[in-house]
Design a protein around this ligand. Structure first.
Ligand code: AMP
Ligand code: MG
Length: 289
């Protein structure tokens, strides 16, 4: 079975109608064994490409995960990065902003967390929340402390999209490669996962009443996601819409996307110069003696 990450990539300049994008890809996974084998293969490839990424120390890779509650962001991150050397990888989860964070512009808290060269940075939610949850709940915008004349809802969202696109362009020019993944879940599957969080004692900790409250705003969330995907999808920082109703197929697709992003960097192991090689040979002679 072949997964082509381009199938999930939003085409630049295109409007996004999420109801037309599938939330499930069950046919991708034939059997448990096949799934495990393929994920294992992807994880092994990721592990060696990440080592190469770390050693070549040229680019930074930023992976952004967005999606509704229960879409499987944490699980996808955990599985896909399971073989990666923790030294070369950092995960940040963005929650409701703190008072200190709210006293800065909305990009500040993420820019402090950007990955260094040679590393993979993972954002579990991100600055995109500031055009998603905050747009669905305008009272959040009012509590962000912006001067009144700067939070006109007729202009503020376009302004934020522009800030995001400009910042991502800036990062691209400076050697950070960005991949943005929207885990596309159906409302029906979300209900199933919430029920499991109530029914299975080991999952109770994941359940939050606030999630049930947010579920009521599903339609609004889909609208702001569509708007956001359209406005911030660029050739240098593309969005991928990954069907998320099947956790297994989602993990396979996500790992394929990350693999392709690393392969695109066309990395090679750093080679020693002839002078350095001669030095090494001379040290070798001493050591061997
Ligand atoms: P979780 O990812 O389930 O741990 O939940 C984190 C919560 O923080 C979600 O409900 C997000 O919508 C919320 N959140 C993240 N960033 C922001 C933000 N900038 N403003 C308001 N809420 C946010
Ligand atoms: Mg949650």
């Amino acid at each position: 079975m072949k997964i082509d990450s381009k199938d999930f990539r939003v085409r630049p300049g295109k409007k996004v109608k999420l109801s037309k994008w599938p939330t499930s890809m069950d046919h991708l996974v034939m059997s448990d064994d096949e799934y495990r084998d393929l994920l294992k293969k992807h994880v092994a490839e990721l592990s060696s490409l990440q080592q190469l990424h770390y050693a070549s120390h040229r680019y930074a890779l930023l992976l952004i995960f967005q999606g509704m509650d229960g879409a499987g962001k944490d699980g996808a991150i955990r599985h896909v990065m399971s073989g990666v050397n923790p030294e070369g990888c950092e995960v940040f989860s963005f929650k409701q902003p703190s008072a200190e964070e709210l006293d800065h512009d909305f990009l500040w808290r993420s820019t402090c967390r950007l990955p260094e060269r040679g590393r993979i940075g993972i954002f579990n939610r991100s600055y995109y929340e500031d055009v998603l949850v905050v747009r669905v709940h305008p009272e959040l915008l009012r509590s962000q402390g912006l001067p009144e004349e700067l939070r006109d809802e007729k202009t503020v969202w376009e302004g934020r999209y522009r800030s995001i696109v400009d910042m991502e362009k800036h990062l691209h020019r400076n050697g950070t490669r960005i991949v943005k993944i929207f885990l596309h879940l159906s409302q029906k599957e979300q209900r199933k996962r919430f029920l499991a969080r109530i029914d299975e004692p080991d999952k109770n900790w994941k359940f939050s009443l606030a999630d049930i409250h947010e579920r009521k705003y599903w339609k609004q969330y889909m609208q702001v996601y569509e708007e956001c995907l359209r406005a911030t999808n660029t050739p240098h920082a593309p969005w991928y819409v990954v069907p998320a109703d099947g956790k297994e197929s989602a993990r396979l697709i996500v790992s394929r996307i990350v693999l392709d992003a690393l392969e695109e960097l066309k990395m090679a192991w750093p080679r020693a110069t002839p002078k350095r090689r001669a030095e090494l040979q001379s040290i070798r002679k001493h050591l061997a003696a």
